[in-house]
Design a binder for this molecule. Structure first.
Ligand code: UDX
Ligand code: UDX
Length: 459
């Protein structure tokens, strides 16, 4: 079959995989190929055991795979055949050299630009999907324009706003699609070509065009704003615990103001995920590099509060369990950085687990999707860790449960049965405020919610 467009995506990760699956699903006239250096990952994309867990993803992949959706390791071949190339390789925080711990590590992204040059024999549109520092497209353009063969590469920025756990729905019904391009004739034309892909299923008014630098920076700013809301409410949760106010009531009251809105106001043990911390650190680094130290300090505080919140949670466990938890069995209910995903990148669970192990607890981690990743995250740490998918088995002889992830199914557990199997006094530390605290208290638990008065049986 002859396709209208050949689309390639380099990087078959959490962003590239689902995004391309939905594009292929919605655009049967386009051939979509996703390539990656990782052979095992590609093998799994070609099986029913996908390398990432996202509700609804397998159905979408199955409906398009082999028809107009292909996964492969043949990167050079894919580049040669493509009209449009999405670049979705990872851009983690640098761990070495200048900007270590702050700036984005752009080595994979630059390597990809060189691969594109080496394997292209005609003009193409290059789409930045990876989140990048503002003005990265300029560097990408310079590398690409060094080809000296008269080929024109038009670089556009199309940041991805999907959220893990709801990636498929976010892609099918996005709030907006943002496309940044050079404000030249060829730049605008390239933006329109990318817009035409999304127009297969996204309403025209939701497809926003902007200049390249606004699009790049919008992605960092959107994530910084979302994270800032969480740090704001988490900071308030600490104050609530001192004043007997209830953070959930405050979220509701404050979020009822239509100017503020109700979403992203759930107090938690802290935000995790691959994006928030990385993107804010990147924003901070960019501000500092322009000498905007006050602006940098402002955004950096969002991360400091997030670390404080995780630390506060561990300290509270130790304090409330009589200042010693050595040899006590503690269950982490959840390990993923949020519900409906197996992803544990930057999960607060990692920090909590590490700190509890330093206190020499007997740790049990229970999560319906994240145990494979949890094992990798905690590998090499000293101490006793067990991984048990069944929360009932995990809780036998335990002294405390700490809720890390807001999985819906945790709410439906039979806590009377769990309580009966635990040692007494039994504790619940609800880092997500998802459980019915009064009910747990009446069962016999000593309950420590977040940002709410605690419920204990101690006189
Ligand atoms: C990542 C970042 O987290 C996100 O901020 C950015 O917007 C896009 O890149 P994600 O899809 O979550 O998103 O990353 P990851 O799951 O690590 O996938 C990246 C993929 O690129 C991996 O499968 C990796 O093997 C592949 N890759 C990396 C290449 O194919 N070539 C390379 O040179 C480097
Ligand atoms: C985020 C952005 O939402 C998305 O637009 C961007 O493309 C990538 O980064 P993601 O990291 O997948 O997506 O998850 P998100 O739902 O934003 O949650 C991030 C973290 O914040 C999670 O740890 C979550 O549990 C936490 N969170 C979220 C809260 O603690 N409270 C809230 O009210 C909302």
């Amino acid at each position: 079959m002859k396709f209208a467009k050949n689309i390639l995506c380099i990087g078959a990760g959490y962003v590239g995989g689902p995004t391309m699956a939905v594009i292929a699903f919605k655009c049967p006239d386009c051939k979509v190929t996703v390539v990656d250096v990782n052979e095992e990952r590609i093998r799994r994309w070609n099986s029913d055991d996908l390398p990432i867990f996202e509700p609804g993803l397998l159905d979408v992949v199955r409906s398009a795979r082999g028809r107009n959706l292909f996964f492969s390791n043949a990167i050079a071949e894919g580049i040669r055949a493509a009209d449009i190339i999405f670049v979705s390789v990872n851009t983690p925080t640098k761990t070495f050299g200048y900007g270590a711990g702050m700036a984005s590590d752009l080595q994979y992204w630059e390597k990809t630009a060189h691969e594109i040059v080496a394997n292209s024999d005609r003009s193409k549109i290059i789409v930045e999907k990876s989140t990048l520092p503002v003005r990265s497209a300029e560097a990408m353009e310079r590398i690409l324009q060094e080809n000296k063969r008269g080929i024109h590469f038009e670089v556009v920025s199309n940041p991805e706003f999907l959220s893990e756990g709801s990636a498929v729905m976010d892609l099918l019904e996005p709030d907006r699609v943002l496309i940044g391009s050079r404000q030249t004739e060829s730049g605008r034309k390239a933006a329109q070509e990318i817009a035409a892909i999304f127009a297969h299923w996204v309403a025209a008014e939701k497809i926003i065009t902007a200049n390249l630098w606004s699009a790049e920076l919008s992605k960092l700013v959107a994530n910084a704003f979302l994270a800032q809301r969480i740090s704001s409410i988490n900071a308030v949760s600490a104050l609530c615990e001192k004043t007997d106010a209830d953070v959930a009531e405050i979220s509701f009251a404050v979020g009822s103001d239509t100017r503020i809105g109700p979403r992203f106001l759930n107090a938690s043990i802290g935000f995790g995920g691959s994006c928030f911390k990385k993107d804010i650190l990147n924003l901070v680094y960019i501000c500092r590099s322009y000498g905007l130290n006050e602006v940098a300090d402002y955004w950096e505080a969002v991360i400091e509060i997030n670390e404080y919140q995780q630390e506060r949670f561990v300290r509270k466990i130790i304090r409330e369990m009589f200042n010693t938890i050595v040899g006590k069995k503690i269950v982490l209910l959840g390990f993923a950085f949020k519900a409906n995903t197996g992803d544990t990148r930057e999960s607060p669970g990692i920090h909590v687990a590490r700190k509890l192990l330093e206190e020499r607890v007997l740790l049990v981690v229970s999560d319906p999707q994240a145990l494979e990743n949890a094992r990798k995250d905690l590998a090499g740490l000293d101490g006793s860790v067990e991984y048990e998918p069944d929360p009932y088995r995990a809780a036998v002889d335990a002294q405390a449960i700490a809720v890390i992830t807001e999985w819906e199914f945790f709410k439906k557990l039979d806590f009377a049965k769990i309580f009966a199997s635990m040692r007494k006094p039994a504790f619940v530390f609800d880092g997500r405020n998802i459980l019915d605290h009064q009910k747990l208290f009446s069962i016999g638990f000593n309950v420590f919610p977040l940002g709410k008065p605690s419920l204990t049986h101690f006189k």
